[in-house]
Design a protein around this ligand. Structure first.
Ligand SMILES: [Cu+2]
Length: 186
């Protein structure tokens, strides 16, 4: 009994220390504006958990039309239409071509590289969507203003993508505390 109590205390202590190590010793906020709705992310070395995202095919369109996922995430394309789609992507990162698939659960793709993917359909040229695969903390903005909280200090690549302007990357030096303000020309 004494041993199990000791073991429980030891595990508790290790978890507490792990929590301390996981939190950055110092951190700052990065704030700014975009010219249109978009996504901002920063490669500050912290790991972001992959997620399972969904982009539906509905009446020859994508819902939603913009999806942001961390590297390693999966994205599924359920087909709600009673006909085939053939979704594919172009862009500088993980490109894919899902082939033809009929109404139903659709297909799933794992995204292992950061970057912005333009998504289309070989059958319906009017279909268009964007997947932003990020390799660090990220935020999406609909009102042009953005804020990334608790960013690790140091020299990092700050990325932005906005509707109609595309992607930009700037190098920033994040202070150990306080707020860094960045204005993107996109
Ligand atoms: Cu289609």
């Amino acid at each position: 009994m004494g041993h199990s109590n000791y073991a429980a205390r030891l595990v508790g202590a290790c978890l507490a220390m792990g929590a301390l190590w996981a939190a950055p010793a110092s951190a700052a906020n990065v704030v700014g504006h975009l010219r249109s709705p978009g996504v901002v992310w920063i490669d500050d070395g912290s790991k972001v958990q992959p997620i399972s995202a969904t982009m539906r095919n509905v009446e020859k369109s994508f819902i939603p039309e913009i999806v942001i996922v961390p590297v390693g995430s999966s994205i599924t394309f359920p087909n709600d239409d009673p006909f085939f789609h053939n979704i594919y992507s172009t862009g500088g990162a993980d490109t894919f071509d899902l082939g033809f698939y009929d109404m139903g659960p659709g297909k799933t793709e794992v995204l292992s590289k950061a970057g912005v993917l333009d998504v289309g359909c070989h059958i319906h040229k009017q279909m268009h969507a964007v997947i932003v695969v990020v390799d660090g903390p990220y935020t999406q903005t609909d009102d042009f203003a953005f804020k990334l909280a608790d960013v690790r200090p140091g020299k990092h690549a700050l990325h932005a993508w906005s509707v109609g302007y595309g992607e930009r990357t700037v190098e920033v030096v994040v202070p150990s505390s306080g707020t860094l303000s960045v204005r993107f020309q996109i």
